[in-house]
Write a protein that binds this ligand. Structure first.
Ligand code: ADP
Length: 526
């Protein structure tokens, strides 16, 4: 068969091209379009068979469409294309290319005489190669090349479209996954603020199910109990999201506050709204990003309380010390010995209080930084430590009577003495502070074969069950008239517990409102 025998090949070429471009615009899948291109090329060049190989992301060519070539040969052909790809990347000579082409032709059929190859190029980027094989050898003229070129161009467009579509599809899937599985709440709003998308994290944050929320208006789902900043409705009404200059980026809108969840609970959230504008600068969507900031708020509140409590705690003893010292040093006054002694006593007491507070602060920051406390253990006699502490506290109060009740002999334990003194001081100081009417404060201890226990008992205001659950928390102070006029940082019991736990022990309280409290510390003997 000779191509010149085709009388109307130009008309046929045009018809083929039309058919192919229709296939491309009909968005048939790529394999189908490649097959049609190949079919048209083989017929128009009066060939026997043909193939199209496409360049993948690794820059290697792989066979993607075949006509009249057995599929079993594909692995072998791919091997040759692999070598060909490498030869091309090394900018080898045309002879080298022709040699590869000959080998490829031989793999397909030993009777094939000629191979006409045409690269598929889109915008200067090589996307693949099309080869038509003939069973006879004849001169390849400009006309042949022009025909093949016209089909190759069509194939290149289809490949480019397919690759673009694939890239868009991958991006779309990535974005959908980020939206759906991201740790933060996300929703996509229409310009009228109807909810279009609602992710899982947002279901958790708001207690709304995505199915229920989608289709509702933003305000039906996002109900503020308290809010800082302009709400999205007002912002839109004021022109937010309607960019005038196309070069300007619209600033995201941030709103923070207490959100009323679907189940009636409240939660602290921060919402960032970002407008999505089209080429004309018109709002097409609003992307809302919702973050649960409850923990952050709580930590912030704690920090604020901490700073105000600590500064108050530090200021009070310093003011007292300064006042007494100033009185004593007045040049115009002559104080009797007793007054001087009393005043110095107060100064010493306040200095002790300051010292204890600083000690607690240092321990707290160490605990915060290291997660646990390091101990320097030596042999410790708790009953002696308690006795010394009682002596110190005795001088600070007239209202209380102290009683020591340690079993004798009381076992010596292996522990960090400084830290245990801190625990005893904290418990004794609390016993004094929270029994404002005075009474007996008993410090005692007993032991079993494995445990050494000591306790501090007072006859003070006691604690409700609810408060007993929280008093060992950091910065927790019972909300009462007494606590508000009593100095304290809410750190003493928290640190005492950390110290006892670092020793492998436990601390517990037995108490009832107005029935006094007893704090027990159990420490392992070994
Ligand atoms: P603070 O510095 O406020 O005393 P603590 O951590 O030592 O901090 O104690 C936490 C809270 O537990 C106190 O504010 C107080 O309300 C309560 N508390 C502690 N000890 C006693 C006690 N012996 N009797 C009654 N309430 C107590």
């Amino acid at each position: 068969m000779n191509k010149l025998m085709l009388p109307d090949f130009q008309i046929r070429q045009r018809d083929f091209l039309l058919e192919i471009s229709r296939a491309i615009t009909a968005q048939l899948d790529l394999s189908e379009v490649l097959k049609r291109v190949l079919h048209a090329s083989v017929i128009m060049l009066a060939g026997r068979s043909g193939l199209i190989a496409l360049r993948a992301e690794d820059d290697i060519f792989y066979v993607r469409a075949l006509i009249n070539i057995p599929t079993e040969t594909v692995p072998k052909l791919n091997e040759h294309f692999f070598e060909l790809s490498q030869a091309l990347s090394q900018k080898n000579t045309i002879e080298n290319f022709n040699q590869h082409l000959r080998s490829i032709t031989q793999v397909i059929d030993a009777n094939l005489q000629q191979a006409i190859a045409m690269p598929l190029i889109f915008a200067g980027v090589p996307l693949g190669i099309m080869i038509v094989f003939r069973s006879y050898q004849t001169h390849v003229d400009g006309n042949d090349m022009q025909i093949l070129q016209s089909f190759a161009d069509q194939a290149a467009i289809a490949v480019h479209n397919a690759q673009m579509y694939e890239r868009i599809e991958t991006e779309r899937k990535k974005l959908a996954a980020i939206l759906q599985y991201g740790a933060d709440g996300m929703m996509i709003l229409e310009p009228d603020l109807t909810i279009g998308r609602f992710n899982r994290a947002l279901e958790r944050i708001t207690a709304w199910k995505a199915d229920e929320a989608i289709g509702l208006l933003h305000d039906e789902v996002i109900q503020w109990k308290k809010r800082d900043g302009v709400d999205i409705q007002t912002a839109l009404a004021n022109g937010w999201g309607s960019k005038i200059s196309p070069t300007e980026d619209e600033n995201p809108l941030y709103v923070e506050g207490e959100l009323l969840r679907h189940d009636g609970l409240t939660i602290s959230v921060g919402i960032t709204y970002a407008p999505l504008l089209n080429a004309e600068g018109k709002l097409t969507n609003v992307i809302a990003h919702i973050r649960d900031i409850t923990n952050f708020k709580r930590a912030q509140e704690m920090q604020n309380t901490f700073i105000s409590v600590i500064s108050h705690e530090l200021k009070t003893p310093v003011a007292i010390i300064k006042g007494y010292a100033a009185t004593l040093s007045r040049p115009d006054a002559r104080w009797d010995k007793k007054t001087i002694q009393e005043n110095l006593g107060v100064i010493e007491e306040e200095a002790d209080r300051l010292n204890a507070l600083i000690q607690n602060l240092l321990t707290a920051s160490k605990l915060q930084a290291q997660g646990e406390l390091s101990l320097t253990k030596t042999e410790v006699l708790i009953d002696e430590l308690a006795e010394l502490a009682v002596e110190r506290f005795k001088s600070q109060t007239d209202k209380h009577k102290f009683k020591l009740k340690f079993q004798s002999p009381y076992p010596m334990i292996y522990a960090d003495e400084t830290r245990l003194r801190q625990v005893i001081d904290n418990l004794l100081s609390n016993a004094v502070k929270y029994s404002p009417d005075g009474g007996i404060i008993e410090v005692g201890g007993y032991a079993t074969a494995t445990t050494a226990t000591f306790y501090v008992r007072d006859m003070g205001v006691g604690l409700s069950e609810e408060d007993q659950r929280h008093i060992f928390d950091r910065f927790y102070r019972v909300d009462s008239k007494l606590s508000s006029k009593t100095q304290g940082s809410g750190l003493g019991l928290y640190l005492s517990k950390a110290i006892v736990q670092a020793h492998g022990g436990t601390i517990e309280v037995k108490s009832a409102p107005n029935r006094g409290s007893t704090f027990f510390v159990h420490l392992p003997r070994v």
